[in-house]
Write a protein that binds this ligand. Sequence first.
Ligand SMILES: *[C@@H]1O[C@H](CO)[C@@H](O)[C@H](O)[C@H]1NC(C)=O
Ligand SMILES: *[C@@H]1O[C@H](CO)[C@@H](O)[C@H](O)[C@H]1NC(C)=O
Length: 328
Amino acid sequence: MVAMHYLRTIPLLATVAQFLAATAESTVQRTSASRDNDDTPLPVVIWHGLGDTYAAEGIQQVGELIQAVNPGTFVYFVRLDDSAENDRRATFYGNVTEQLARVCADLAAHPILSTAPAIDAVGFSQGGQFLRGYVERCNAPPVRNLVTFGSQHNGIVDYRACESRDWLCRGAMALLHGNTWTSFVQSRLVPAQYFRDPADLDSYLEYSNFLADINNERALKNETYARHIATLENLVLYLFEDDTTVIPKETGWFEDVNGDEITPLRARKMYQEDWIGLRELDRKGGLKFKTTPGEHMQLSDKVLTDAFTEFFGPYKTAARDQDVVGEL
Ligand SMILES: *[C@@H]1O[C@H](CO)[C@@H](O)[C@H](O)[C@H]1NC(C)=O
Ligand SMILES: *[C@@H]1O[C@H](CO)[C@@H](O)[C@H](O)[C@H]1NC(C)=O
């Protein structure tokens, strides 16, 4: 069995320190010279994964790295409770629809996020599909770029293993096994709400409390979901090459894995009939499939830095150039 890997194990501090030293001078110049122009990077919202918390060191270090790459970025860490312990608990227990509604309300009421022209977002593991749900159901404030790492966009066919002393995790997994489709489990156990077995789609379509809805797999499609996804500038899907924690790992790319048969997203009906806007996004070049070496959530600071450099930062580069001309 594979132990859970949490972000808090990532050694990011050295890189952050280097960045801060290198950018300290330019940060001062930028903030004093241009407070109100479009040079300001968009805020970034981070949603952590199963068994993690918004307050965990690894997640906080990701925030520091984002600020090192784009100085002045406001970073918001999604939480379902200010208590780190309760926030961790909510990664295992809760009704995802209700959790998401709570996050939508928090973001919409936030003084900085709600007044930004847009926000960027990064989701780790299940936080990735939850942020996609945010875009589909709420998207106020609107997301420009959404980056997901090892997320379960097409569900999972098996539950992950827990560390032997992680009683919260083990308790949740014990309830899950064999009970996935009961309403008790669908309304209370988070991973069950993105469980999807292609060999038993009927149960999934009937009972799934979250994934079947946000993937628009039922007969009645919600057109708002597709419209919102298509308004993204980029949806960036990172897949861990050696992921043995998420089964199947190809779910990170919306691939359908039925036994040995793997159907890539572009060959699927959900893409061809554009149930959630992915085809339209792909047409304008905004759907990005990426891989990164390693096991689930074994992220290097280089991979994160590259992603934050490419997809986060100021709203419009063009506007920045105009400002420079104006100042001359
Ligand atoms: C579709 O989703 C939007 C956003 O969540 C919601 O307001 C609307 O009621 C949904 N429409 C249907 C038909 O369920
Ligand atoms: C989850 O919460 C939503 C909103 O309160 C509710 O409509 C839904 O029935 C709940 N899901 C289950 C399986 O109870």
